[in-house]
Design a protein around this ligand. Structure first.
Ligand SMILES: Cc1ncc(COP(=O)(O)O)c(C=O)c1O
Length: 394
Protein backbone atom coordinates (compact mmCIF):
# COMPACT_ATOMS: atom_id res chain seq x y z
CA UNK A 1 0.00 0.00 0.00
CA UNK A 2 1.23 3.46 -0.88
CA UNK A 3 1.75 6.07 1.78
CA UNK A 4 -1.10 8.48 2.27
CA UNK A 5 1.30 11.32 1.44
CA UNK A 6 2.00 9.78 -1.97
CA UNK A 7 -1.71 9.44 -2.60
CA UNK A 8 -2.29 13.05 -1.60
CA UNK A 9 0.51 14.24 -3.87
CA UNK A 10 -1.55 12.88 -6.75
CA UNK A 11 -4.82 14.30 -5.42
CA UNK A 12 -3.83 17.95 -5.03
CA UNK A 13 -7.32 19.15 -4.15
CA UNK A 14 -7.08 17.15 -0.90
CA UNK A 15 -4.16 19.34 0.19
CA UNK A 16 -5.89 22.63 -0.45
CA UNK A 17 -8.60 22.11 2.19
CA UNK A 18 -9.68 19.47 4.62
CA UNK A 19 -11.75 17.65 1.99
CA UNK A 20 -14.62 15.87 3.74
CA UNK A 21 -17.29 15.73 1.07
CA UNK A 22 -16.59 12.71 -1.12
CA UNK A 23 -20.26 11.83 -0.64
CA UNK A 24 -20.94 14.69 -3.06
CA UNK A 25 -17.97 14.29 -5.45
CA UNK A 26 -14.62 12.62 -4.82
CA UNK A 27 -11.27 14.31 -5.47
CA UNK A 28 -10.00 13.34 -8.93
CA UNK A 29 -6.54 11.78 -8.90
CA UNK A 30 -3.79 12.73 -11.35
CA UNK A 31 -4.18 9.70 -13.70
CA UNK A 32 -7.88 10.49 -14.16
CA UNK A 33 -7.19 14.07 -15.11
CA UNK A 34 -4.25 13.04 -17.32
CA UNK A 35 -6.44 10.55 -19.22
CA UNK A 36 -9.11 13.17 -19.64
CA UNK A 37 -6.70 15.87 -20.86
CA UNK A 38 -4.96 13.50 -23.26
CA UNK A 39 -8.29 12.45 -24.75
CA UNK A 40 -9.46 16.01 -25.22
CA UNK A 41 -6.19 16.67 -26.99
CA UNK A 42 -6.52 13.54 -29.18
CA UNK A 43 -10.03 14.54 -30.18
CA UNK A 44 -8.80 18.03 -30.99
CA UNK A 45 -5.83 16.98 -33.09
CA UNK A 46 -7.08 13.73 -34.68
CA UNK A 47 -10.78 14.48 -34.98
CA UNK A 48 -13.71 12.54 -33.59
CA UNK A 49 -13.89 10.16 -36.50
CA UNK A 50 -12.11 7.22 -38.06
CA UNK A 51 -10.69 3.93 -36.82
CA UNK A 52 -8.62 5.42 -33.99
CA UNK A 53 -11.74 6.99 -32.52
CA UNK A 54 -13.97 3.94 -32.78
CA UNK A 55 -11.27 1.74 -31.32
CA UNK A 56 -10.44 4.12 -28.49
CA UNK A 57 -14.07 4.41 -27.50
CA UNK A 58 -14.83 0.73 -27.59
CA UNK A 59 -11.62 -0.13 -25.75
CA UNK A 60 -12.23 2.37 -22.96
CA UNK A 61 -15.90 1.32 -22.66
CA UNK A 62 -14.86 -2.28 -22.35
CA UNK A 63 -12.25 -1.50 -19.71
CA UNK A 64 -14.69 0.66 -17.78
CA UNK A 65 -17.45 -1.91 -17.91
CA UNK A 66 -15.05 -4.58 -16.63
CA UNK A 67 -13.94 -2.26 -13.82
CA UNK A 68 -17.50 -1.50 -12.75
CA UNK A 69 -18.30 -5.22 -12.84
CA UNK A 70 -15.32 -5.99 -10.61
CA UNK A 71 -16.34 -3.33 -8.10
CA UNK A 72 -19.86 -4.76 -7.94
CA UNK A 73 -19.09 -8.47 -8.10
CA UNK A 74 -21.13 -8.87 -11.28
CA UNK A 75 -20.63 -9.92 -14.89
CA UNK A 76 -19.89 -7.00 -17.27
CA UNK A 77 -22.97 -7.96 -19.35
CA UNK A 78 -25.17 -7.16 -16.36
CA UNK A 79 -24.17 -3.50 -16.29
CA UNK A 80 -25.65 -0.64 -18.28
CA UNK A 81 -23.58 2.53 -18.36
CA UNK A 82 -25.69 5.56 -17.44
CA UNK A 83 -25.12 9.27 -16.92
CA UNK A 84 -25.84 9.08 -13.17
CA UNK A 85 -27.33 7.17 -10.28
CA UNK A 86 -30.51 9.15 -10.82
CA UNK A 87 -30.83 8.07 -14.45
CA UNK A 88 -30.14 4.45 -13.49
CA UNK A 89 -32.90 4.49 -10.87
CA UNK A 90 -35.31 6.13 -13.29
CA UNK A 91 -34.60 3.43 -15.88
CA UNK A 92 -35.97 0.92 -13.39
CA UNK A 93 -38.84 3.01 -12.00
CA UNK A 94 -40.07 4.02 -15.47
CA UNK A 95 -39.74 0.46 -16.78
CA UNK A 96 -42.34 -1.11 -14.50
CA UNK A 97 -46.01 -1.34 -15.56
CA UNK A 98 -47.41 0.39 -12.50
CA UNK A 99 -51.06 -0.13 -11.62
CA UNK A 100 -53.11 2.03 -9.29
CA UNK A 101 -52.81 0.61 -5.78
CA UNK A 102 -49.34 -0.88 -6.32
CA UNK A 103 -47.05 -0.15 -3.40
CA UNK A 104 -43.40 0.72 -2.96
CA UNK A 105 -41.52 0.64 0.33
CA UNK A 106 -38.73 3.14 0.86
CA UNK A 107 -37.01 4.74 3.89
CA UNK A 108 -37.18 8.14 5.57
CA UNK A 109 -33.53 8.81 4.60
CA UNK A 110 -33.55 8.86 0.81
CA UNK A 111 -31.92 11.39 -1.47
CA UNK A 112 -34.25 13.64 -3.53
CA UNK A 113 -33.59 11.74 -6.77
CA UNK A 114 -35.35 8.68 -5.38
CA UNK A 115 -37.95 10.59 -3.36
CA UNK A 116 -39.02 12.70 -6.32
CA UNK A 117 -39.22 9.71 -8.67
CA UNK A 118 -41.46 7.91 -6.16
CA UNK A 119 -43.61 11.02 -5.71
CA UNK A 120 -44.08 11.10 -9.49
CA UNK A 121 -45.20 7.45 -9.48
CA UNK A 122 -47.75 8.33 -6.82
CA UNK A 123 -48.98 11.30 -8.86
CA UNK A 124 -49.03 9.59 -12.25
CA UNK A 125 -50.14 6.04 -11.43
CA UNK A 126 -51.64 6.23 -7.94
CA UNK A 127 -48.80 4.16 -6.48
CA UNK A 128 -48.75 4.12 -2.67
CA UNK A 129 -45.35 4.86 -1.13
CA UNK A 130 -44.73 3.48 2.35
CA UNK A 131 -41.87 4.75 4.45
CA UNK A 132 -39.84 2.61 6.84
CA UNK A 133 -38.21 4.76 9.53
CA UNK A 134 -34.52 3.99 9.87
CA UNK A 135 -32.83 3.72 13.27
CA UNK A 136 -30.59 6.48 14.59
CA UNK A 137 -28.07 6.45 17.41
CA UNK A 138 -30.75 7.74 19.80
CA UNK A 139 -32.26 4.25 19.83
CA UNK A 140 -29.05 2.96 21.38
CA UNK A 141 -28.85 -0.33 19.47
CA UNK A 142 -25.80 -2.48 18.86
CA UNK A 143 -24.86 -3.34 15.28
CA UNK A 144 -26.81 -6.58 15.28
CA UNK A 145 -29.94 -4.96 16.72
CA UNK A 146 -29.70 -2.20 14.11
CA UNK A 147 -29.76 -4.79 11.31
CA UNK A 148 -32.64 -6.68 12.86
CA UNK A 149 -34.59 -3.46 13.38
CA UNK A 150 -34.07 -2.35 9.78
CA UNK A 151 -35.38 -5.66 8.43
CA UNK A 152 -38.35 -5.60 10.83
CA UNK A 153 -39.28 -2.08 9.73
CA UNK A 154 -39.22 -3.06 6.07
CA UNK A 155 -41.22 -6.20 6.84
CA UNK A 156 -43.87 -4.14 8.64
CA UNK A 157 -44.52 -2.09 5.48
CA UNK A 158 -44.81 -5.04 3.06
CA UNK A 159 -48.24 -6.33 2.05
CA UNK A 160 -49.70 -8.19 -0.95
CA UNK A 161 -49.74 -4.95 -3.01
CA UNK A 162 -46.01 -4.29 -2.56
CA UNK A 163 -44.11 -4.52 -5.84
CA UNK A 164 -40.79 -2.92 -5.05
CA UNK A 165 -38.45 -2.01 -2.19
CA UNK A 166 -36.44 1.08 -3.17
CA UNK A 167 -33.79 2.37 -0.74
CA UNK A 168 -30.14 3.29 -0.35
CA UNK A 169 -27.51 0.72 0.48
CA UNK A 170 -25.74 3.38 2.58
CA UNK A 171 -28.01 6.15 3.87
CA UNK A 172 -26.72 9.53 2.77
CA UNK A 173 -27.77 11.25 6.01
CA UNK A 174 -26.41 8.95 8.71
CA UNK A 175 -24.05 6.72 6.71
CA UNK A 176 -25.80 3.61 8.00
CA UNK A 177 -25.14 0.64 5.73
CA UNK A 178 -28.35 -1.34 5.45
CA UNK A 179 -28.25 -5.16 5.61
CA UNK A 180 -28.81 -5.63 1.90
CA UNK A 181 -28.61 -9.44 1.91
CA UNK A 182 -31.28 -9.74 4.61
CA UNK A 183 -33.54 -7.17 2.95
CA UNK A 184 -33.25 -8.95 -0.40
CA UNK A 185 -34.06 -12.22 1.32
CA UNK A 186 -37.18 -10.63 2.83
CA UNK A 187 -38.12 -9.21 -0.57
CA UNK A 188 -37.62 -12.56 -2.28
CA UNK A 189 -39.78 -14.32 0.32
CA UNK A 190 -42.54 -11.83 -0.53
CA UNK A 191 -42.00 -11.93 -4.29
CA UNK A 192 -41.01 -8.26 -4.34
CA UNK A 193 -38.12 -6.75 -6.37
CA UNK A 194 -35.36 -4.56 -4.88
CA UNK A 195 -33.98 -1.34 -6.35
CA UNK A 196 -30.94 -0.13 -4.46
CA UNK A 197 -29.47 3.38 -4.60
CA UNK A 198 -25.74 2.69 -4.33
CA UNK A 199 -24.55 6.30 -4.51
CA UNK A 200 -22.88 6.11 -1.08
CA UNK A 201 -21.80 2.48 -1.10
CA UNK A 202 -19.99 1.83 -4.39
CA UNK A 203 -16.30 2.55 -3.95
CA UNK A 204 -16.83 3.43 -0.27
CA UNK A 205 -17.46 0.08 1.34
CA UNK A 206 -17.74 -3.59 0.30
CA UNK A 207 -20.43 -4.51 -2.22
CA UNK A 208 -21.34 -7.85 -3.80
CA UNK A 209 -24.48 -7.62 -5.88
CA UNK A 210 -24.40 -11.30 -6.81
CA UNK A 211 -24.15 -12.53 -3.22
CA UNK A 212 -26.77 -10.08 -1.99
CA UNK A 213 -29.22 -11.13 -4.75
CA UNK A 214 -30.25 -7.53 -5.35
CA UNK A 215 -32.32 -7.01 -8.52
CA UNK A 216 -31.34 -3.48 -9.53
CA UNK A 217 -28.33 -1.54 -8.26
CA UNK A 218 -27.77 2.08 -9.36
CA UNK A 219 -24.39 3.78 -8.85
CA UNK A 220 -22.32 6.87 -9.70
CA UNK A 221 -18.74 7.30 -10.94
CA UNK A 222 -18.07 10.74 -9.51
CA UNK A 223 -18.33 10.05 -5.79
CA UNK A 224 -16.34 7.33 -4.03
CA UNK A 225 -14.76 6.04 -7.23
CA UNK A 226 -13.30 9.54 -7.80
CA UNK A 227 -14.20 9.51 -11.49
CA UNK A 228 -15.56 12.30 -13.68
CA UNK A 229 -19.05 13.75 -13.33
CA UNK A 230 -21.82 12.49 -15.61
CA UNK A 231 -21.15 8.76 -15.64
CA UNK A 232 -22.40 5.84 -13.59
CA UNK A 233 -24.27 2.62 -14.08
CA UNK A 234 -27.09 0.23 -13.45
CA UNK A 235 -26.67 -3.41 -12.54
CA UNK A 236 -29.63 -5.56 -13.56
CA UNK A 237 -29.77 -9.12 -12.24
CA UNK A 238 -29.88 -11.55 -15.20
CA UNK A 239 -33.29 -12.94 -14.22
CA UNK A 240 -34.77 -9.40 -14.29
CA UNK A 241 -33.68 -8.43 -17.80
CA UNK A 242 -37.04 -9.21 -19.32
CA UNK A 243 -39.06 -7.65 -16.48
CA UNK A 244 -38.42 -4.01 -17.35
CA UNK A 245 -39.96 -2.13 -20.24
CA UNK A 246 -37.52 -0.07 -22.23
CA UNK A 247 -38.51 3.57 -22.13
CA UNK A 248 -35.46 5.02 -23.86
CA UNK A 249 -32.70 3.25 -25.72
CA UNK A 250 -30.29 3.99 -28.53
CA UNK A 251 -30.33 0.76 -30.49
CA UNK A 252 -32.05 -2.60 -30.72
CA UNK A 253 -30.94 -6.01 -31.97
CA UNK A 254 -33.95 -5.96 -34.29
CA UNK A 255 -37.04 -3.81 -34.60
CA UNK A 256 -39.71 -2.62 -36.95
CA UNK A 257 -42.76 -0.38 -36.69
CA UNK A 258 -45.23 -3.28 -36.46
CA UNK A 259 -44.35 -3.66 -32.79
CA UNK A 260 -41.56 -6.15 -33.23
CA UNK A 261 -38.73 -5.26 -30.85
CA UNK A 262 -35.78 -7.42 -29.97
CA UNK A 263 -33.55 -5.64 -27.44
CA UNK A 264 -29.77 -5.82 -27.33
CA UNK A 265 -28.29 -8.64 -25.24
CA UNK A 266 -27.85 -8.20 -21.49
CA UNK A 267 -28.02 -4.89 -19.70
CA UNK A 268 -26.75 -3.04 -22.79
CA UNK A 269 -30.40 -2.75 -23.77
CA UNK A 270 -30.90 -0.13 -21.05
CA UNK A 271 -28.23 2.24 -22.33
CA UNK A 272 -29.65 5.46 -23.73
CA UNK A 273 -26.75 7.91 -23.54
CA UNK A 274 -23.57 8.30 -25.60
CA UNK A 275 -20.37 9.29 -23.83
CA UNK A 276 -17.45 11.33 -25.02
CA UNK A 277 -14.03 9.68 -25.11
CA UNK A 278 -12.50 11.86 -22.37
CA UNK A 279 -15.18 10.79 -19.92
CA UNK A 280 -14.87 7.11 -20.80
CA UNK A 281 -11.10 7.15 -20.45
CA UNK A 282 -11.19 9.18 -17.25
CA UNK A 283 -13.66 6.75 -15.67
CA UNK A 284 -11.57 3.77 -16.76
CA UNK A 285 -8.51 5.45 -15.21
CA UNK A 286 -10.42 6.05 -11.95
CA UNK A 287 -11.24 2.35 -11.76
CA UNK A 288 -7.57 1.47 -12.35
CA UNK A 289 -6.61 3.84 -9.54
CA UNK A 290 -9.20 2.26 -7.24
CA UNK A 291 -7.88 -1.26 -7.84
CA UNK A 292 -4.25 -0.18 -7.67
CA UNK A 293 -4.75 1.30 -4.21
CA UNK A 294 -6.82 -1.73 -3.25
CA UNK A 295 -10.49 -1.87 -2.24
CA UNK A 296 -9.73 -3.42 1.16
CA UNK A 297 -7.28 -0.67 2.04
CA UNK A 298 -9.79 1.98 0.91
CA UNK A 299 -12.80 0.52 2.73
CA UNK A 300 -10.92 -0.07 5.98
CA UNK A 301 -9.32 3.34 6.04
CA UNK A 302 -12.54 5.20 5.17
CA UNK A 303 -14.31 3.50 8.04
CA UNK A 304 -11.43 3.81 10.52
CA UNK A 305 -11.35 7.59 9.99
CA UNK A 306 -15.13 7.79 10.42
CA UNK A 307 -14.86 5.83 13.65
CA UNK A 308 -12.08 8.08 14.91
CA UNK A 309 -14.36 11.06 14.33
CA UNK A 310 -17.38 9.50 16.07
CA UNK A 311 -15.21 8.66 19.09
CA UNK A 312 -13.91 12.23 19.14
CA UNK A 313 -17.38 13.76 18.89
CA UNK A 314 -18.48 11.83 21.94
CA UNK A 315 -16.16 14.05 23.98
CA UNK A 316 -17.90 17.21 22.71
CA UNK A 317 -21.13 17.59 24.71
CA UNK A 318 -22.71 20.04 22.24
CA UNK A 319 -22.75 17.39 19.51
CA UNK A 320 -25.16 14.51 18.97
CA UNK A 321 -24.09 11.78 16.57
CA UNK A 322 -27.04 10.39 14.67
CA UNK A 323 -25.19 7.58 12.83
CA UNK A 324 -26.06 4.28 14.51
CA UNK A 325 -23.60 1.39 14.72
CA UNK A 326 -23.16 0.00 11.24
CA UNK A 327 -22.21 3.29 9.59
CA UNK A 328 -19.69 3.06 6.74
CA UNK A 329 -17.77 6.19 5.71
CA UNK A 330 -20.30 8.97 6.39
CA UNK A 331 -21.16 10.45 9.77
CA UNK A 332 -24.12 12.73 10.52
CA UNK A 333 -24.36 14.85 13.66
CA UNK A 334 -26.17 17.75 15.26
CA UNK A 335 -24.25 20.72 16.62
CA UNK A 336 -26.31 22.42 19.32
CA UNK A 337 -27.06 26.09 18.77
CA UNK A 338 -25.94 26.14 15.14
CA UNK A 339 -27.95 26.43 11.99
CA UNK A 340 -26.58 23.88 9.51
CA UNK A 341 -25.78 26.38 6.74
CA UNK A 342 -23.94 28.66 9.17
CA UNK A 343 -21.93 25.79 10.61
CA UNK A 344 -20.97 24.66 7.09
CA UNK A 345 -19.80 28.20 6.30
CA UNK A 346 -17.91 28.52 9.61
CA UNK A 347 -16.13 25.23 8.99
CA UNK A 348 -15.33 26.30 5.43
CA UNK A 349 -13.73 29.46 6.87
CA UNK A 350 -11.57 27.16 8.97
CA UNK A 351 -10.56 25.11 5.92
CA UNK A 352 -12.94 22.15 6.11
CA UNK A 353 -15.34 21.23 3.32
CA UNK A 354 -18.41 19.33 4.51
CA UNK A 355 -22.14 19.43 3.73
CA UNK A 356 -25.44 19.84 5.50
CA UNK A 357 -28.17 17.20 5.32
CA UNK A 358 -31.89 17.36 6.20
CA UNK A 359 -32.74 17.72 9.87
CA UNK A 360 -30.35 20.64 10.50
CA UNK A 361 -27.53 18.09 10.53
CA UNK A 362 -23.92 18.18 9.40
CA UNK A 363 -22.46 15.34 7.37
CA UNK A 364 -18.81 14.41 7.12
CA UNK A 365 -17.47 12.07 4.41
CA UNK A 366 -14.26 10.22 5.25
CA UNK A 367 -11.96 9.26 2.39
CA UNK A 368 -8.77 7.17 2.47
CA UNK A 369 -6.82 10.30 1.43
CA UNK A 370 -7.77 12.14 4.63
CA UNK A 371 -5.17 12.29 7.39
CA UNK A 372 -5.72 11.36 11.03
CA UNK A 373 -4.41 14.82 11.94
CA UNK A 374 -7.03 16.37 9.67
CA UNK A 375 -9.78 14.43 11.41
CA UNK A 376 -8.46 15.64 14.76
CA UNK A 377 -8.23 19.21 13.47
CA UNK A 378 -11.83 18.97 12.27
CA UNK A 379 -12.86 17.79 15.73
CA UNK A 380 -11.07 20.80 17.23
CA UNK A 381 -12.86 23.11 14.81
CA UNK A 382 -16.23 21.59 15.75
CA UNK A 383 -15.40 21.99 19.43
CA UNK A 384 -14.39 25.59 18.79
CA UNK A 385 -17.74 26.26 17.10
CA UNK A 386 -19.59 24.66 20.01
CA UNK A 387 -17.70 26.82 22.51
CA UNK A 388 -18.24 30.02 20.56
CA UNK A 389 -22.00 29.48 20.51
CA UNK A 390 -22.02 28.78 24.23
CA UNK A 391 -20.11 32.02 24.86
CA UNK A 392 -22.55 34.13 22.84
CA UNK A 393 -25.55 32.50 24.47
CA UNK A 394 -24.34 32.99 28.05
C1 LIG B 1 -28.00 8.61 -1.82
C2 LIG B 1 -27.83 9.37 -3.09
N1 LIG B 1 -28.51 9.01 -4.19
C3 LIG B 1 -28.39 9.64 -5.35
C4 LIG B 1 -27.54 10.71 -5.49
C5 LIG B 1 -27.45 11.38 -6.83
O1 LIG B 1 -26.42 10.79 -7.57
P1 LIG B 1 -26.21 11.15 -9.12
O2 LIG B 1 -25.73 12.57 -9.15
O3 LIG B 1 -25.17 10.16 -9.57
O4 LIG B 1 -27.51 10.98 -9.78
C6 LIG B 1 -26.80 11.15 -4.39
C7 LIG B 1 -25.91 12.31 -4.52
O5 LIG B 1 -25.46 12.91 -3.59
C8 LIG B 1 -26.95 10.46 -3.16
O6 LIG B 1 -26.28 10.83 -2.08
Amino acid sequence: VETIDNIRQRMPSTRKNGFFNTGARGPMPQPVVDAWKQSVDDEFTLGRQGPWYGEARSESRKKMRQGFARVLGAAPESIAVTTSTTEAMNTVLSGINWQKGDEVVTTDCEFPSLNTALALLAKRFGVTVRVAVMPTRAENLDAEAVERTVVERFAAEINPNTRLLAFSHVLYISGLKLPLDAICQLAGDNNVAVLCDAAQSVGASPVDVTASKVDYYAFPGQKWLCGPEGIGGLYVAPHRLEDLNLMATRTAAEMDFSGHFEPRAGALRFEAAAFDLPRLRAMAAALDWFFELGPDFIFERNHALARRFVTGLQAIPATTVISPEGYASLVGFDLAGWKDTEAVAALRDRGFLIRRVPGNLLRISFGYFNLEQEVDALLNAVEDLATRKNDTNS
